[in-house]
Ligand binder design. Structure first.
Ligand SMILES: [Fe+2]
Length: 247
């Protein structure tokens, strides 16, 4: 394998990270935010998409979050950042996203992270299809941690057929969330159903912003070039609002 692969020269991009201080259950202070950036940078990450929750517990305020990202850019000039949303697939969220899709997308792109409910997959494929009529492209986050999907893995094919992409969590692939989640990540990789590996980091300890360990694990399963695609070129295409080559 050529270690001078052009993709290796580019930094990794983390598209799912609870980096912003004091807005959800992620970073609890600016100190932690800055430390998360330092860890990510040391790991080879050059760009982070800050993705605060929008769910029943945490209100998503695009204007406020954008202002915090702007401050982050001045505090951490060595990295680049954009704003996304960890969008829970709730009735209220869907209603609002149908009217204001740009409020939930990653940066100015068409892509949106979507976290499915853990309690019902009723009409989900149809809802995800409906969401796309706004121009948004849903990326289903951590399907490997959703008990309903784990119990009914064939639903992944339904969601893929409904136009969705998939993001697995880096530390699911390395075993943090248990064997069942890890096996689903491995199966999805083998079936070419993973489009992104992201950290879904919430701090610096148990859920840190580290991608390299998962990239190495993925490389053992699908090869280095494919593993790099999930943390470098696919996220780069996303940030440039380009079409993704689907597996
Ligand atoms: Fe998240």
């Amino acid at each position: 394998m050529n270690s001078e692969s052009p993709e290796l020269k580019n930094g990794m991009i983390d598209i799912h990270c609870h980096l912003l201080p004091c807005v959800d259950d992620g970073a609890k202070s600016w100190d932690i935010t800055i430390e998360m950036c330092r860890m990510a940078q040391q790991d080879g990450v050059t760009h982070i998409v800050a993705t605060p929750h929008s769910n029943y517990e945490y209100r998503y305020d695009r204007g406020l979050h954008a202002a915090i990202v702007q401050e982050l850019r001045s505090r951490v000039p060595g990295m680049s950042f954009s704003l996304g949303c960890d969008f829970h697939l709730s009735y209220e969220n869907i209603e609002d996203a149908m009217d204001h899709p740009e409020l939930y997308a990653i940066g100015d792109t068409r892509y949106i992270l979507v976290e499915l409910s853990e309690y019902s997959t009723f009409n989900v494929a149809q809802t995800l299809y409906q969401l796309q009529t706004t121009g948004l492209v849903p990326i289903i986050t951590h399907p490997e941690r959703n008990p309903l999907i784990l119990g009914r893995p064939e639903s992944l094919t339904e969601f893929a057929d409904a136009g969705c992409l998939f993001q697995i969590t880096a530390n699911s692939l390395t075993g943090f969330w248990g064997k069942t989640s890890q096996r689903m990540c491995e199966t999805m990789l083998k079936k070419n159903m993973v489009h992104f590996i992201a950290s879904d980091a919430h701090g610096v300890k148990s859920r840190p912003p580290i991608l390299s360990a998962a990239r190495e694990k993925a490389a053992k399963i699908v090869g280095l070039a494919e593993a790099e695609k999930l943390v470098v070129s696919n996220p780069a295409a996303l940030l440039n609002d380009m079409d993704l080559i689907r597996g």
